[in-house]
Design a protein around this ligand. Sequence first.
Ligand SMILES: C[S@@+](CC[C@H](N)C(=O)[O-])C[C@H]1O[C@@H](n2cnc3c(N)ncnc32)[C@H](O)[C@@H]1O
Length: 229
Amino acid sequence: MVAALKGLGLKDRAMHPYDHFWDLRLGISTFGYHPAVGMADHPNFRVHYTPVPYSILFRILSHIGLAANDVFVDLGCGLGRTVFSAAWLGAKRAIGVEIEGSLVEQADRNRAKDRWRDRNVEFVCQSAESYAHAETTVIFMFHPFGEGTMTSVIRGLDQTLAQKPRRLRIAYLNPVHSRVLDASEQLVRIDHWPAQRHILSRNSRYDVGFWAAGGNADLAGVSHFSAAI
Ligand SMILES: C[S@@+](CC[C@H](N)C(=O)[O-])C[C@H]1O[C@@H](n2cnc3c(N)ncnc32)[C@H](O)[C@@H]1O
């Protein structure tokens, strides 16, 4: 009984009412925790699952100007909070890539609910390194993995963009390996929200880096959906 109650994340929900409100509004359950795998300085380190606060997510999606023709991909999506939010905001497709099978199963349970069944929401259980970004236009990452994995992800993305140049934006929250993106042949850093100035939530400070490809250097403040938030 006590274990079952713990699984509901009641304490977290009580402590984060805004996140609880948005989970209810979207009809999903994204509170949870999954431990990290490996050591933080290992190239293939997998960061623990903890969801991005909705307040921060909405500000980021508003800043990148998520639009109705966007294909949104969260690399390391956990229970899919960002994916459902992007779909709710009107993205053409929203895809979550997650390596931990148990998290994907729970994300899929959210997706199976009536209101999501016919929406363009998908979850795939695989490493971010092997995901082919054929149609992706927006990538979101909340410091999901180590530098080695990030290097493979960006190398693959560079190849895809060289073969098929297109508009693409990246938001990287807590951008621990930002120098990997800075070294990309195809991406240009277009903005940076330093933690002290912009983002304060749950008494935590967050940095966010923004990169773009395809001559899309001007994001500033464009939002098609801010009125809905
Ligand atoms: C900090 S959580 C972010 C969760 C989600 N993006 C959000 O913002 O709500 C990082 C997630 O990345 C996942 N992850 C770690 N390494 C990965 C990899 N190589 N490929 C895909 N997902 C990975 C972890 O399992 C974890 O769920």
